[in-house]
Design a protein around this ligand. Structure first.
Ligand code: C2E
Ligand code: MG
Ligand code: MG
Ligand code: MG
Length: 285
């Protein structure tokens, strides 16, 4: 009886499971095609120098323009790409597209040599020696200076990793590109990591900005984190700034750079020239 019951149960659930599996594998096929057919696109969000309003650089953020579902955000399809073994292809596409875009902005004299593009890389990219080669080749082909490329890695990716990753991190840094720890303060933040890892900068997670203008203890926390980061010889970028008040508090506390909807949402590349023009007016009145 129990065997029959088990088979029944199987029968009842099989169609739903199959459907889910079919949808998922359809999405994976779509994603594979999207990477090949350039249906992915990068949006760019300014990183701003707080004391002047100058745009120091932009972060490249991938979007998937799906034929029937519209824009799909990375939090939804990056994990899928990881599972389906597509993340290396995706990572290479992002790298080439973002550095190629920077080359175009340099050629159009829109940005100078201080301007950088920040690229999010996955734990898989970090574990791949091929990725170091890809970065080297992309820099060579485009002639972009390595200092103008910053790779953003989450703490989780770094801490989960092994000695090889730390070796890769060293290899990447050896190329002269900048390395930034993303979402700092959400993972396994440890002071010893900050001191040991070959990184230049940390990007503090937006959870540290939340409530900055209402919670009286929050500014002291920001000041403490800033001091900690600087004591480790690093610089901090503050992400998730949504209001003028938050930007002003950060500036008053001595923070140098920030990013968030208050300055600009991530935008398609054709809107960057206008943002750069506005910024020049306010930086040199
Ligand atoms: P992240 O690297 O920490 O990027 C910051 C995220 O916060 C972006 O979400 C951005 O649109 C959003 N954001 C920026 N300013 C504000 C703000 O003021 N308020 C709020 N609430 N949010 C803000 P997005 O574009 O959805 O990206 C999510 C995550 O997906 C990224 O987090 C990054 O981890 C990952 N990701 C994005 N692009 C790529 C990529 O090309 N490759 C890889 N491997 N991961 C990517
Ligand atoms: Mg990032
Ligand atoms: Mg982040
Ligand atoms: Mg994030």
């Amino acid at each position: 009886a129990s065997k029959a019951e088990g088979q029944n149960r199987l029968h009842r659930f099989e169609p739903a499971l199959l459907l889910m599996r079919r949808l998922r594998s359809q999405l994976v096929d779509d994603l594979r095609a999207a990477i090949k057919d350039d249906a992915l696109t990068l949006h760019y969000q300014p990183v701003v120098e707080l004391s002047t309003g100058r745009i120091e650089g932009v972060e490249a953020l991938v979007r998937w323009n799906h034929p029937t579902r519209g824009f799909i955000m990375p939090d939804e399809f990056i994990p899928l790409a990881e599972e389906a073994g597509l993340i290396s292809e995706l990572g290479l596409w992002v790298l080439r597209t973002a550095v190629g875009q920077l080359r175009a902005w340099i050629d159009a004299s829109l940005v100078d040599s201080r301007f950088s593009v920040r690229i999010n890389i996955s734990a898989t990219d970090l574990q791949s020696l091929q990725f170091i080669e890809d970065v080297r080749n992309t820099l060579q082909e485009t002639g972009v200076k390595p200092e103008q490329v910053v790779l953003e890695l989450t703490e989780v990716a770094i801490v989960k990793g092994n000695e090889l990753d730390r070796y890769s991190l060293g290899g990447l840094r050896g190329l002269g590109v900048g390395i930034e720890i993303d979402d700092f303060g959400t993972g396994y933040s440890s002071i010893s990591y900050l001191r040991r890892l070959p990184v230049d900068r940390v990007k503090v997670d937006r959870s540290l900005i939340t409530g900055l203008e209402t919670d009286p203890s929050q500014p002291a926390l920001v000041a403490a984190v800033l001091q900690l980061v600087r004591a480790c010889g690093l610089e901090a970028v503050w992400e998730g700034v949504e209001t003028a008040e938050q930007a002003e508090i950060l500036r008053a506390l001595g923070c140098s750079s920030a990013q968030g909807y208050y300055f600009s949402r991530p935008v398609p590349p054709d809107q960057i020239p206008e943002l750069l023009a506005d910024q020049q007016e306010s930086a040199n009145p």
